[in-house]
Design a protein around this ligand. Structure first.
Ligand code: UDP
Ligand code: MG
Length: 344
């Protein structure tokens, strides 16, 4: 039998939602998204990424995908984390504008049109801004506020809220950005570096009604560390020797200066090296060694930078299977649209 596989039609919008154990939210989330997107009246698709859920999330999603050709379910092999799940969704999306949001109903699909309108003003990225937050103040709001301020300063991107996933992107922008760790919240920073224009729309922040948040205070620390690496990536990834080399030269010249001074004292005044200047001599030696270390790290960094730029196709996730959005093939088991990407 000849089986014609029809490629899905092009769409204007892709709604990308990562889900980890969100079975209580799925039905309502789906209905809400469909209501809003139908009202907009342009072609769209919904990409649900099941990030290794252990509850009924995948079963529910695949039922939805079976009945609705606009839905694609990407099921990851295990829990890879929100950033990797988002990336999997982005990679499988086809819309010209990609809108990402959480699947726990903390983001209200009714706000999607605001993002689309703002995008139509010509922005490359539109970011949600949780004006009034509902999370715990001490463990979530306060650290997030501090992190946002630091991020705005370091990345020179003038946003109030980096932390929310409710965002819209133009497809070209996303295809150029590589996501690791907790990096999804730095997409605007990374994109602005590539020259993207970034807008902001206020959004509401619903309290979580079911399930539980996957994060607590520990995320703040990981985000701050990521911040260091993003700052480094933005400013020095192509020239690490300029950062480490400066520190190295500084130490080296201090060390040699001390050495010179101590030897002159010895030569002229015949002062004992160790007896009279022991601590200073040690400091000088430590500085020289530190300087050599810094310069070596800079050189290794230069090597790594070259590897980094040539190996960016490394996948950060691994797809188990795809369901739905297969046109005429709906309803029968399909070969996966892409094979597992690991190991390439
Ligand atoms: N999520 C995910 N993989 C994870 C953790 C979270 O796909 O390992 C999803 C989760 O289902 C939700 C979104 O990412 O749709 C945001 O997660 P969560 O609500 O736990 O974060 P918070 O809103 O507390 O920042
Ligand atoms: Mg949430």
């Amino acid at each position: 039998m000849v089986c014609m596989s029809t490629d899905p039609l092009p769409v204007s919008y892709s709604i990308v939602v990562p889900l980890y154990n969100e079975q209580e939210s799925v039905p309502q989330l789906y209905v809400k998204i469909i209501d809003v997107m139908d009202a907009i009246g342009e072609p769209f698709e919904i990409i649900f990424v099941d990030d290794g859920s252990k509850d009924g999330t995948f079963r529910q999603l695949s039922e939805i995908a079976r009945d609705d050709g606009r839905v694609l379910v990407v099921r990851l092999r295990r829990n890879f984390g929100q950033t990797a799940a988002l990336k999997a969704g982005f990679d499988h999306s086809q819309g010209e504008i990609i809108i990402s949001m959480d699947g726990d109903l903390q983001h209200d699909p009714a706000e999607i049109p605001k993002f689309i309108e703002k995008m139509k003003e010509g922005y490359d990225i539109v970011s949600g801004w949780r004006v009034a937050r509902t999370d715990a103040w001490l463990t979530r709001q306060f650290p997030s506020r501090v992190a946002n301020r630091i991020m705005a300063r370091l990345s020179r991107v003038d946003l109030h809220d980096f932390g929310t996933t409710f965002k819209a992107y133009r497809r070209e922008i996303l295809s150029e950005i590589h996501l690791y760790g907790e990096l999804h919240r730095f997409i605007p920073a990374l994109a602005s570096w590539a020259g993207a224009s970034i807008g902001e729309v206020p959004i509401t922040n619903e309290p979580r009604k079911s399930g539980k948040s996957n994060y607590g205070i520990s995320r703040t620390i990981r985000v701050l560390l990521d911040l260091v690496s993003v700052k480094f990536l933005l400013d020095y990834s192509t020239k690490p020797l300029q950062l480490f080399g400066v520190a190295g030269l500084f130490c080296l010249s201090g060390g040699f200066g001390i050495g010179l001074w101590v030897f002159i004292r010895k030569a002229i005044l015949n002062e004992g090296l160790m007896e009279n200047h022991g601590p200073l001599l040690l400091l000088g030696m430590a500085l020289v060694m530190g300087g050599i270390q810094f310069i070596s790290i800079g050189l290794i960094g230069e090597l790594l930078a070259r590897t980094y730029y040539e190996s960016q196709n490394k996948p950060v996730y691994n797809v188990r299977e795809l369901r739905g959005r297969r046109g005429t093939n709906a309803g029968r088991p399909d070969p996966p649209r892409t094979a597992g990407a690991a190991g390439r």
